[in-house]
Design a protein around this ligand. Structure first.
Ligand SMILES: NC(=O)c1ccc[n+]([C@@H]2O[C@H](COP(=O)([O-])OP(=O)(O)OC[C@H]3O[C@@H](n4cnc5c(N)ncnc54)[C@H](O)[C@@H]3O)[C@@H](O)[C@H]2O)c1
Length: 319
């Protein structure tokens, strides 16, 4: 298939492109390489992690309606995998407008162009952050979404609701993937696991939010990609509009996570205990039974996955 991947220079996007190329799909990737975190890391994913000869890359901002329309007038896609977004809970609390602009308006440009080109399937990234106001665990797709606590979560929920409207009014299938804290090599520097590893190696203090009373479903990148591929490869219609949790069912306590990283690095962290930050969920725990029905199974445990990440981190930064 000819597949458009938005956010192709991103963490999940670049790993997904690798898998799609392996499976002989034709990939067109777009990304604006913005500076929310290091554009060098984004370019390195495209040029060092991936083989740039094996896919097309176009530097393009999804908020630029004319550029999106031009792309769709020049190329025909069978599927869109829409990952481009402003990610990150904490940054969204002080910068809500950029989240609305990219995650809502930018996404609408992509969905609208897809509908006009009569594309059959759009798979898009949502987030476990939509559940941040929910109190029943594990978090399941059928649960009523209480109020998300962050602007980031709210824009992802808005995207889900808009995808729903497209699916009900046009001959298009929209599938939202609620990723749960995805980590691994070539990962995102704004996320806590990346900062913990960096600071412990450098001997700098780490901030431990909510005095350590937090827990997460961590998802290794290969498992997240397998989940994305399970949805892509499913030959049967999944229905008009579908949501899938992509996350491990294992809930890991923050302090246990830090002990694991200390063990893997062989160095103790200087711990700075602070309060919970605005927008943060205290707990995530995925119910992944729906994705399992498509044959998906989480394969990589946290120790192995963090070991892979730390190996990559030391190599990449020559530490
Ligand atoms: N990594 C996680 O733990 C996680 C968890 C839940 C949801 N998600 C979602 O999955 C998707 C991918 O996440 P990621 O971790 O790979 O993030 P990422 O930031 O590494 O990737 C997103 C990419 O989108 C690009 N982008 C942003 N704005 C754009 C614009 N206006 N035009 C074109 N490109 C633009 C960025 O430059 C970046 O390369 C995002 O939608 C994110 O919200 C990620």
């Amino acid at each position: 298939m000819k597949i458009l991947v938005t956010g192709g220079a991103g963490f999940i996007g670049s790993h997904l492109i690798k898998k799609l190329i392996q499976q002989r799909h034709e990939v067109v990737a777009i990304d604006n390489l913005n500076a929310y975190y290091s554009p060098t890391l984004k370019k390195d994913r495209l040029n060092r992690f991936l083989d740039p000869k094996k896919f097309s890359f176009i530097k393009l901002d999804i908020c630029d309606q004319a550029a999106v329309d031009k792309l769709f007038s020049q190329q025909e896609f069978q599927v869109i995998i829409h990952l481009a977004a402003m990610p990150g809970v904490r940054y969204s609390m002080n910068n809500p407008k950029i989240y609305e602009k990219i995650n809502v308006q930018g996404s609408l440009n992509i969905f609208q162009a897809g509908v006009e080109q009569k594309i059959k399937k759009i798979i898009y990234a949502s987030s476990s952050s939509v559940y941040s106001g929910n109190r029943k665990f594990p978090l399941a797709e059928a649960d009523h979404i209480q109020e998300p606590l962050s602007f980031y979560g709210a824009t992802k929920r808005a995207l889900e609701l808009m995808a729903n409207i497209y699916a009900h009014n046009y001959p298009i299938e929209t599938i939202g993937l609620r990723y749960f804290t995805v980590y691994g090599p070539w990962g995102r520097p704004d996320l806590a696991y990346y900062q913990f590893v960096k600071k412990i190696i450098q001997g700098k203090p780490i901030d431990i939010h909510n005095q350590g009373q937090m827990s997460r479903s961590f998802t290794y990148i290969d498992d997240a990609i397998q989940g994305t591929m399970a949805v892509l490869q499913n030959q049967f219609s999944l229905g008009k509009n579908h949501l899938y949790n992509v996350g491990s069912e294992r809930e890991v306590k923050l302090l246990d996570f830090i002990f694991l990283i200390q063990d893997l690095i062989g160095k103790e962290a200087h711990k700075n205990f602070i309060n919970i930050q605005p927008g943060e969920a205290q707990r995530t725990k995925a119910d992944n039974s729906k994705l399992k029905k498509l044959g998906w199974q989480s394969q990589v445990d946290l120790k192995q996955g963090m070991g892979e990440f730390i190996k990559w981190f030391r190599r990449y930064y020559e530490l």
